[in-house]
Design a protein around this ligand. Sequence first.
Ligand code: NG6
Ligand code: CA
Length: 502
Amino acid sequence: VILMTLIIGCQSNKKKAESKLEVQPVKKVNPNIVVIYLDDLGYGDLSAYGATELITPNIDALASGGMRFTNAYASSATCTPSRYALLTGMYPWRNKNAKILPGTAPLLISTEQQTLPKMLKKEGYQTAIVGKWHLGLGTGIVNWNERVSPGPNEVGFDESYILAATQDRVPTVYIENGNVVGLDKNDPIEVDYKNNFEGEPTAITNPEMVKMKWHHGHNNSIVNGIPRIGYMKGGDGAKWSDIDMADNFLKRAQAYVKDHENKPFFLYYAMQQPHVPRTPHPRFVGKSGLGPRGDVILEADWCIGEFMKTLEAEGILENTLVVFSSDNGPVLNDGYFDDAVEKIGKHKPSGKLRGGKYSLFEAGTRMPFITYWKGEIQPGVSNALVCQMDLLASVAKLVGIEETSTDSKELLDVLLGKSNDGRTDLVLEATSRTALRSGEWLMIPPYKGKAIEEKVQIELGNSLDFKLFNLKEDIGQQNNLAKSNPEKLKEMIEKFETLRGK
Ligand code: NG6
Ligand code: CA
């Protein structure tokens, strides 16, 4: 009977409550795995993480019904490297090309590399990405009018429905399984990041066409009144509607769940909020009082609530592990005048942490991170040190395999709230600089370069001295202990050099 139950458990994803065979509790073999990943959401942006000016009930429900992590990190303080680490389990600083990519960059992940979806696919999972990719496409010169490959489908995703790079970068079209959605062959798409196409308007030549003003960068092609990074010509009918993007990705994610619930699936739901340009649907405009940045966080929260309702309605909530996080820390003005700075009021996107996006200080990489699995994860708060990169080896364990070929650490019990035994060390990265977290300590080596990036008003973590912080006592990184604790500093430098392979 147990064997039969197990077999049935394997074959079907749905709870077989009515089945007579189910005398024993069903072992949850191969649960669905959903990674909900936000873009530029900060440690202090959720009410579950202490925000008072912004209330995010749906994400809070995941936090209060699951494990809320307070010491969880993205690998990096920008998007591309964090996503690379999440999907490959590898430290991004091992790959010199793992930097913020233009929309024309080739695929960053080798098709030979291990990836989370590839690994799950081998175990019989169905795999899909809906949302932001930003890991490059093709081999160098992309013809957007033919199937674009290699891409997500070549590194483990059975299905992909993506925005290629970022919402502020061209091409501003959705790509489904390598093909531009809604492309009219008579209006071919051309993309260039160096030169404009003759006669095409830009924010410089035609400022009167611009509805969202640029602050720095973002003055190339104009789409839907929003000036972007990069030049694009053609593909008019295929261009996305910015205000409908969240609804569009949500619908796709929901449809995927409904169509694939009979076998285990892995869904990477990579939402675009609250990255620039912040374009809330009119339903959410003005809802936060904090301007479009707050509004799109509320929009994202709503989407997550709707998505969770779908899991519940389909009867698979108890058989789905949901992991929620963000790719890097927060930024207010990231290149557009959109009231993010003006309307911030008392809200603190970084919470008590120092720095933000692009920074080696904590707010760059320490993320809201929640694991939720109804009936399996007991609600709680964990201060174990974990990195998003560790999902790969941990999920491997969950589905019954061992995966040791990457930098990913197997922390399944930690992620399920059954252990507090997290990592001991983690190398953090921000715009190609690295730092070491070890135990409660954080060491930032000297880096030339400006202390503050004025355009975005963020402290980057550069200085000519070593910096050493005890994060347990000083989460805001105000007291540099490098001089007063030379032994600890020495130990940290040695560990850092060993880990970095110097
Ligand atoms: C920067 C952009 C910024 C954002 C970032 C990528 C300028 C001046 N700034 O280069 O707006 O797009 O790249 O963000 O162009 S990320 O979250 O995808 O890493
Ligand atoms: Ca990001």
